[in-house]
Design a binder for this molecule. Structure first.
Ligand SMILES: [Zn+2]
Ligand SMILES: [Zn+2]
Length: 405
């Protein structure tokens, strides 16, 4: 799958810099500045018009999702890697999706000085994902009870230029779309959604280090970890599972605490009763909280579900650590909001007989409570990485592959 190309002017020296859509760090090859990229809400991009037209330039929003879609029905589990866009307003003249344009054409960030008027989205991102899940390209539609999720590393708004006079014209192809039917009363100027902030350690001033696509950057000088926030770096406390072995790599997982409504899912005992896991109910299970563990990195859908299930059932005891390990930390590329969306399908994956689970959770809901990053150590073998405590293996090429997903 190709990365969308993205261009942005360096906030420090003004040079045009090419970025990948999933970059969390802006890194200028000309003046060497490194900056956190933070957006209020989804990233907003636009495609530049390719034609000249006397009409009003209007940017029309499309939701874009790239990631994994899951459908768990009583008898089967289906998944698909998606890269899809859908029109984010109700209008029959406009193209229903961007097609290949979101992948093939350079994108620019919407900034306060972007010329043109913007049509605000009227379809919310949750509704967009629900529409995607109703008709996943390449998967046959099914009715009846099912658990679904769209879990992406990219959820953004891409704006397509159109020109409106007495008619509506596609600003890329020049194609006539129909009579003018966009209500200009609701149009807005470009706003400011983006902030660039220093990647110097807020605590000691040292340069933070980390992959450009990682949400977590670390300071090797004062042993702290940071993620981009509205005011620059905000401190996070990563947890680490201890091991007597010599790890070659740490993989990040989200430890997610949730609140279930309409059914009970607070303790281990609740989980066993809900899913009919073949385990004896022991007294400690009634008093021990259960939390979900979801990979915080991109990986193929079937591995994503399997890892979530294995690590959730193992419940690693990962304490806070005074100093960060001097071993590579795999980039955190899946935001916590996306990880929370995985909880229902992981629950479905844990249940040996899903048809018994569906009636118990019907009408219920799951709300996110708290998320924290936990790193699990892996030792290296010739073709795979092994988590010794869980005796769990991940093929090396699955991880390399995931870097380009
Ligand atoms: Zn620069
Ligand atoms: Zn520091």
């Amino acid at each position: 799958m190709t990365e969308a190309q993205l261009s942005h002017q360096c906030p420090q020296c003004g040079a045009p810099v090419e970025l990948d859509e999933t970059d969390r760090i802006f890194s200028c090859p000309f003046c060497q500045v490194r900056l956190f990229i933070h957006a209020d809400g989804p990233f907003r991009y636009y495609l530049k018009p390719h034609i000249e037209h006397p009409g009003t330039l209007i940017y029309v929003p499309y939701w874009r999702f790239r990631g994994n879609a899951f459908v768990l029905a009583p008898q089967d589990t289906r998944h698909k890697i998606l890269d899809s866009s859908l029109l984010a307003v109700d209008n029959n003249s406009l193209p229903p999706s961007l097609g290949l344009r979101s992948q093939a054409m350079p994108l620019s960030f919407v900034e306060p000085n972007t010329q043109g008027l913007f049509l605000p989205p009227s379809v919310r991102s949750a509704e967009f994902k629900a529409r995607l899940l109703r008709a996943i390209p390449g998967l046959k539609a099914s009715s009846g009870p099912r658990l679904t999720a769209c879990i992406g590393d990219v959820l953004s708004l891409i704006h397509l230029p159109v020109f409106q006079s007495h008619e509506l014209v596609d600003g890329i192809t020049g194609k006539l779309l129909g009579p003018a039917d966009i209500d200009t009363a609701g149009l807005e100027q470009a706003g400011s959604h983006l902030r660039f902030a220093s990647t110097l350690c807020p605590q000691c001033g040292w340069d933070l280090v980390g992959d450009r696509q990682s949400l977590v950057q670390t300071c090797p000088h004062c042993d702290t970890a940071w993620e981009p926030g509205p005011e620059g770096g905000s401190r996070i406390t990563p947890h680490f599972l201890q091991t007597p072995e010599k790890p070659a790599l740490y993989l990040p997982f989200w430890n997610l605490r949730i609140r279930a409504k309409g059914f009970r899912l607070q303790t281990w005992a609740d989980l066993i009763r809900l899913t009919n896991l073949p385990r004896a109910l022991l007294p400690w299970m009634e008093s021990t909280a259960f939390s979900f563990r979801i990979p915080a990195f991109k990986i193929r859908p079937e591995l994503f579900l399997n890892l979530s299930a294995q690590v959730s059932l193992y419940q690693p005891d990962a304490p806070e650590q005074e100093s960060l390990p001097r071993v590579p930390l795999h980039p955190v590329t899946l935001p916590r909001e996306e990880a929370f969306q995985a909880v229902p399908v992981v629950l479905g994956r844990l249940a040996p007989a899903r048809k018994n689970l569906f009636p118990k959770i019907q009408g219920g809901s799951i709300k996110p409570l708290e998320a924290r990053i936990e790193y699990l150590p892996f030792v290296e073998e010739s073709h795979e990485f092994i988590q010794p405590e869980m005796n769990m293996a991940i093929q090396k090429n699955a991880l390399f592959w995931s870097a380009t997903l």
